[in-house]
Design a protein around this ligand. Structure first.
Ligand code: LLP
Length: 441
């Protein structure tokens, strides 16, 4: 039985009443590796990477590249796949940069982002030769100019612009409005560009913006490109500098429930192509080197989370009101933080008919820790296995150790083989940073 293909991984199917992903019976994986357990389907992951490259080659009039936004989910294996598929990588911390290097990612294809990069992080990015540092403020620019003074090979810089566009998404993940904490306000872009041009260790490559995440409207991406192109033309006219690179960020949305539209990477690339063609005509420019930075739309649907039902709680009518799971907000904070909705099925009895709607509660000590509201599932009880779709992005990468529960393992599945790419955290891992007071020993 095939599953809703725009929600579940490409390889997901129900056979013998059980969910299979990447040719693996997930009920068996949960037994072998314990729960909660996260899976990444390699076919779906590589497929979305290829879809971006193909779509841009088809629709974009100039050179284009795809940088995976590693904040969605990063570990060495994922970065190795990113490198193998010919994508670049966006990082926001020294450790993300370390993983990129460990994976053998060519540093010229890495961009260093962040609104508050530390001195050591900037130094590492410069020393390791990242392709661009995306500068977020004038203060950062001054620090970077001092740090790179006298460099033989100047460090490439993109300026992050706050383009004053309000994206239609959850307020927590809208990043391009006038009051957003990210990017240089439009009125200081000229000053920033002049400072880069005056710094002997820096090279101004172009402009960047990222207006938000989980976006579905082509008009938003068009507006972002138009705003960046306008600034590029302004800088050309004011400073005589022809900028060769433009990055409109990431942000393409994905469906989490069957009622949402599928992700259309081809239409996104077509909108980008149109927007750049229009801007080039308006301002008499050549199509710039384009960098897009998708995170969620690359990895979200490749991911499946598995949880075991620990207990039921009945309502006054005797009908189960809650299923209590062995994971929750510490491995996926999105429902609690954004009111995000998910789709689930009972992995070990996936073909059974649904019972009354039930809330799926996490195990953490917080009333808001409810993974799904009114889920449509077969009547379930202790020992049953729940699979949650679209769990690849912004779940494990935002995981915490709340209540001192070790973080789940992550498996890469494909061709009937499951490989551990991040082992389960142990209690020893958790206690390794804990330093008792000597007097109490
Ligand atoms: N580029 C920059 C500069 C970004 O800040 C982001 C995401 C991306 C690219 C990738 O955006 P994506 O294609 O994944 O939408 N935790 C939130 C999402 C935060 C996004 C942060 N920036 C969530 O779970 O919805």
């Amino acid at each position: 039985m095939p599953l809703d293909s725009h929600i579940w991984p490409d390889t997901a199917e129900v056979s013998g009443g059980r969910l299979h992903v990447g040719g693996c019976d997930v009920t068996g994986l949960a037994m072998d590796h314990a729960t909660p357990l996260y899976l990444i389907d390699e076919v779906t992951l590589r497929g979305s990477m290829r879809a971006y490259r193909t779509a841009l080659a088809r629709h974009y009039p100039g050179p284009a590249r795809v940088h995976y936004a590693s904040k969605a989910l990063l570990n060495t294996a994922v970065a190795q796949i990113v490198a193998e598929e010919g994508l670049g990588l966006d990082v926001v911390s020294g450790a993300e940069l370390l993983v990129a290097r460990r994976a053998g990612m060519p540093m010229g294809q890495v961009h260093m982002h962040g609104n508050a990069k530390g001195e050591a992080e900037l130094r590492r990015a410069v020393d390791w030769g990242v392709g661009a540092i995306v500068v977020d403020s004038l203060d950062e620019l001054d620090r970077l100019a001092a740090l790179t003074h006298g460099l033989v090979r100047p460090q490439g810089v993109l300026l992050r612009v706050a383009p004053n566009i309000d994206a239609h998404t959850h307020a927590h993940i809208a990043t391009g409005g006038a009051t957003a904490k990210f990017g240089l306000p439009l009125e200081s872009v000229g000053a920033a560009a002049a400072r880069v041009l005056a710094a002997d260790g820096l090279r101004l490559l172009g402009l960047h913006a990222h207006i938000g995440s989980q976006l579905f409207e082509a008009a938003e991406i068009r507006a972002t490109v138009a705003a960046l192109a306008r600034e590029m033309a302004r800088l050309r006219d004011a400073l005589g500098v022809d900028l060769a690179e433009l990055s409109p960020g990431g942000g393409l949305g994905v469906p989490y429930t069957a009622d949402m539209p599928p992700t259309d990477i081809d239409a996104y690339a077509a909108a980008l192509g149109d927007a750049v063609r229009a801007a080039c005509a308006t301002y008499g420019m050549r199509p710039p080197l384009l960098t897009v930075e998708p995170g969620r739309s690359i990895i979200a649907r490749a991911g499946v989370a598995l949880y075991r039902v620990i207990a039921r709680k009945l309502g006054p009518n005797g009908v189960p009101r809650y299923l209590h799971m062995d994971g929750g907000m510490a491995d996926n904070i999105r429902p609690a933080l954004y009111g995000a909705r998910y789709t689930a099925l009972l992995a070990n009895r996936a073909a059974d008919p649904p019972g009354p709607p039930v809330d799926v509660a996490g195990r953490y000590c917080e009333s808001g820790d409810v993974l799904l509201r009114a889920a449509s599932l077969p009547p379930a009880g202790p020992g049953d296995l729940l699979a949650v779709a679209v769990s690849g992005a912004y779940t494990l990468s935002m995981a915490s150790t709340y209540n001192l529960v070790p973080r789940p393992a992550l498996l890469l599945v494909g061709d009937g083989v499951a490989r551990i790419i991040q082992r389960r955290e142990t209690e020893e891992d958790l206690l390794a940073r804990d330093v008792p007071l000597e007097s109490y020993l």
